[in-house]
Design a protein around this ligand. Structure first.
Ligand code: NAD
Ligand code: DAU
Length: 347
């Protein structure tokens, strides 16, 4: 029986994708390869771990021997590659892991696929990337299209840009049937609470300061994670090999607007002693902080018929309620290493 190999399936988007795939493609085997770094958590997949279509493999995408064995044993015909170091702030204080996993790990996967698949047009290698590779937009500039020049500004985005270039080169040089998606900021269930939205929700509930970098006017384009997962599935099934598809929600918000919005809704859902807005604290800016991201998702909408199903209102409401209902999960994953990281980052 052939398989789809998902890398990084125990992380935020990966675990949502694994759940999406098993629900949408019953009877198709999925192998999840994840190193279980601080960001990977099998508890996020507890509800599907007994599925007969699912296998988890604890391992590193840089381990070429393991990759080759998996490709052969599991007859891997499709790869969806999420595994990465994904947090910009960590890439500023410790870039090594980003170069290793994002660049060397992607290279190891691509080269294994090239060796075992060649240019077989029946195979698919989908590389999940980010809008951050395009750099920062001015206030009136049009949103990023797939042909926007690459101008990464953080070690994280530079490592993702390098991986995108390798993916492209493996198509141009070896004919590997690759697809690349560049997506905007995701939010939703199972996101590790070092990223803005879950961090603000949990800090508010614990009465801790809500750290807003710089003047809080940086803009991100937010997409509900399930819409991203559907987008990836759509590109995998219908995308043309060698093509790039931008995925985004046409949903730009300044950070401060989001933080205030979360505070106001939490005042209704889980009121504290004082309005949560009083916890907002402006802190030192992130070095190299990109001012604005915005994705033009016209190509995937026109060519493949994908559109987001969630607007920010419904997506944020679902996210808030999910974090309110999953405090145990949050407490468990924030123990140990995360506490050290939080002290280093916020003092
Ligand atoms: P995440 O940090 O939540 O999860 C990353 C997963 O990769 C974890 O489960 C981790 O254990 C695993 N991993 C890390 N190094 C590994 C290695 N060497 N071998 C095997 N597994 C390893 O990340 P996420 O937010 O779910 O992002 C997933 C992908 O989507 C990344 O490639 C990221 O660049 C991209 N992306 C993320 C966003 C976003 O807003 N989160 C937006 C666009 C694109
Ligand atoms: O755009 C896609 C990218 O979105 C993905 O490629 C990355 O993997 C993902 O982490 C995310 O990157 P950002 O840097 O945009 O996300 P983050 O949640 O870290 O920050 C969102 C914005 O909020 C950003 O402008 C920085 C700001 N911020 C973040 C944190 C953690 C704060 O103001 N305070 C904070 O404490």
């Amino acid at each position: 029986m052939s398989s789809i190999l998902v890398t990084g399936g125990a992380g935020f988007i990966g675990s949502n994708f694994v759940r999406h795939w098993l629900a949408q493609h019953p009877g198709e085997r999925l192998v999840n390869l994840d190193a279980l770094t601080y960001a990977g958590n099998l508890e996020s997949l507890a509800d599907i771990e007994a599925s007969p279509d699912y296998r988890f493999v604890h391992g590193d995408i840089c381990d070429r021997e393991l990759l080759e064995r998996l490709f052969l044993d599991e007859q891997v015909e499709q790869v969806v590659h999420f595994a990465a170091e994904s947090h910009v702030d960590r890439s500023i204080t410790g870039p090594d892991a980003f170069i290793r996993t994002n660049v060397e790990g992607t290279f190891a996967l691509l080269d294994t696929a090239r060796k075992l698949w060649g240019a077989n047009p029946e195979r698919r290698f989908l590389h999940v990337s980010t809008d951050e590779v395009y750099g920062s937009l001015g206030p009136d500039e049009p949103a990023f299209t797939e042909t926007h020049p690459y101008r990464p500004n953080s070690p994280y985005s530079a490592s993702k840009a390098a991986s995108d270039h390798l993916v492209r080169a493996y198509h141009e040089t070896y004919g590997l049937p690759v697809l690349t998606t560049n997506c905007s900021n995701n939010y939703g269930p199972w996101q590790f609470p070092e990223k803005l939205i879950p961090l603000v929700i949990l800090n508010a509930l614990e009465g801790k300061p809500l750290p807003v970098y710089g003047d809080g006017r940086n803009i991100r384009d937010w997409l509900y994670v399930e819409d991203h997962c559907r987008g990836i599935d759509t590109v995998l099934e219908q995308g043309a090999p060698g093509e790039v598809y931008n995925i985004g929600g046409h949903n730009e918000w300044t950070n401060i607007d989001i933080v205030q919005r979360i505070c106001d809704r939490l005042d209704e859902l889980a009121p504290g002693e004082r309005p949560y807005r009083e916890l907002i604290t402006f802190v030192k800016d992130r070095p190299g902080h990109d001012r604005r991201y915005a994705i033009d998702s016209g190509k995937i909408q026109r060519d493949l018929g994908w559109t987001p199903a969630h607007d920010f209102e419904t997506g944020l409401e679902a996210t808030l309620r999910w974090y309110l209902d999953h405090r145990d999960w949050c407490d468990r994953i924030r123990s140990g290493e995360y506490r050290d990281y939080y002290r280093r980052q916020y003092g």
